[in-house]
Design a protein around this ligand. Structure first.
Ligand code: CU
Length: 347
């Protein structure tokens, strides 16, 4: 082949590969964008998803670039029957090397800048913020609303459209947990001794869920809390309800929720099934208890109360003293009463 023919042949390969890269890139990017994710429920999620989509576009393009070149070379330049010689020898290509150094450099640096700007946007303080104090412990969540005077709520209620400033902490003797609501996209670790914060502006009414995003122990999978984003009127009604006195039936229902949301469920079942980490709650109330020190007693209200708040004082025979020691800090008086009321219903 003379030089002119060879150059034309290179150009032809180059054009074909470019077209193939473009087609595969478009298919990959459209495909990646179409993968369903959690719906968006905060203004921060819009920003995060935008950046995520940008990443997917670059990923789709790089995938096409690598795959198309590789497969094209493997197929088009394969050794054909009767071909015995070596392939052409190349001594490098300065122009190409400059391009594939400078272009990725610019792309990576741009992503650094875009990432920093996005982080600034999603963490920026907003006007009219509402503070919610979040406490994580093994294995549950607790929410305090200092401005509304609501304490130790076990589910999160948020008025739609109102920026929320979460102040997060893990109990001092506890491990690291992570506050994450998939629909809000942003997340933040809760580290014992190190207060952290997170900003979220919920923008779609609905029911979501806090999931601990840091593997933290046996109750990790139960470390959930419901999130309800509601209109302002419903939020105000909820605040009023939280502060009002409650009936025994309502208390028992709250106790049932607390059994799950506070992680008791990880060790105490209510079905009577043997083999749990802690004793079953079925038939517990009013029954005779044997303790490891040889004494015994009846499971009345006072006993249940001290079992929850100071479980180490008497250990039920046949069980290890592994019940968390922090419930006196974590649970409000009303919540302890609710748990006792619930246990009473488990005949
Ligand atoms: Cu956790």
């Amino acid at each position: 082949m003379d030089q002119g023919t060879q150059r034309r042949s290179y150009r032809r390969h180059f054009i074909i590969v470019s077209i193939l890269v473009a087609i595969v890139a478009i298919i990959s990017i459209v495909g990646l964008w179409a993968v369903p994710t959690f719906p968006i429920a905060s203004t921060q999620a819009i920003t995060v998803d935008w950046l995520f989509d940008l990443h997917l576009a670059v990923i789709g393009f790089l995938f096409a670039l690598v795959m198309v070149f590789m497969l094209y070379i493997l197929f088009v330049f394969r050794r054909r029957p009767g071909e015995e010689g070596d392939g052409d020898h190349f001594e490098g290509n300065t122009r190409l090397e400059i391009i594939w150094t400078v272009v990725p450099l610019i792309v990576v640096l741009s992503f650094g800048v875009i990432g920093a700007v996005t982080l600034r946007d999603v963490t920026a303080a907003q006007a009219n913020e509402m503070t919610v104090n979040v406490t994580a412990f093994s294995f549950g969540w607790q929410f305090d609303y200092p401005e509304q005077g609501v304490e130790k709520a076990t589910a999160l209620k948020l008025p739609v459209g109102r920026p929320v400033h979460f102040k997060l902490k893990s109990l001092d003797q506890d491990v690291i947990h992570s506050f994450y609501v998939a629909e809000f996209r942003v997340k933040q670790d809760l580290v014992p001794g190190v207060p952290t914060e997170l900003r979220v502006t919920p923008n779609v009414e609905g029911a979501y869920r806090v999931r601990c995003n840091e593997l933290c122990g046996t109750g990790h999978t139960n470390m959930l809390a419901d999130v309800a984003v509601v209109n302002q009127a419903d939020f105000d009604a909820w605040v009023a309800e939280q502060k009002a006195a409650v009936s025994p039936e309502r208390l028992a229902a709250m106790g049932q929720e607390l059994h799950a949301s506070q992680g008791c469920i990880a060790c105490h079942n209510v079905t009577g099934e043997p083999g749990g980490v802690g004793p079953t709650w079925k038939g517990l109330y009013g029954s005779e208890r044997q303790f490891t020190d040889g004494t015994s007693g009846v499971a009345d209200d006072a006993y249940l109360r001290s079992s929850i708040l100071a479980s180490q004082e008497r250990i039920v025979a046949g069980f290890a003293p592994v019940m968390p020691q922090n419930y006196a800090d974590v649970l409000s008086d009303q919540q302890v009463a609710a748990l006792i009321e619930y246990i009473k219903t488990l005949k």
